[in-house]
Ligand binder design. Structure first.
Ligand code: SF4
Ligand code: SF4
Length: 58
């Protein structure tokens, strides 16, 4: 399943956009949006790298 971002926790730091090998995220208005959910390979990197644990793979 593609990632979900908890918008209340996300600080817009951009780390997920940086580390995702499949360009799934895009930061818009200081929040990470899941732009390309179908590209997600469920590698888990974004979950590990988000400093505020705002991302879940469900
Ligand atoms: S790494 Fe976490 S806090 Fe940073 S933009 Fe992504 S979801 Fe938001
Ligand atoms: S699990 Fe991997 S491919 Fe999917 S959004 Fe996170 S970093 Fe990108």
């Amino acid at each position: 399943m593609p990632p979900k971002v908890d918008e209340d926790l996300c600080t817009g730091c951009g780390r997920c956009e940086e580390v995702c090998p499949a360009s799934v995220f895009k930061i818009v208005d200081n929040i990470s949006r899941v732009e390309n959910p179908d590209e997600c390979t469920e590698c888990g990197t974004c979950v590990d790298e988000c400093p505020v644990e705002a991302i879940k793979l469900e």
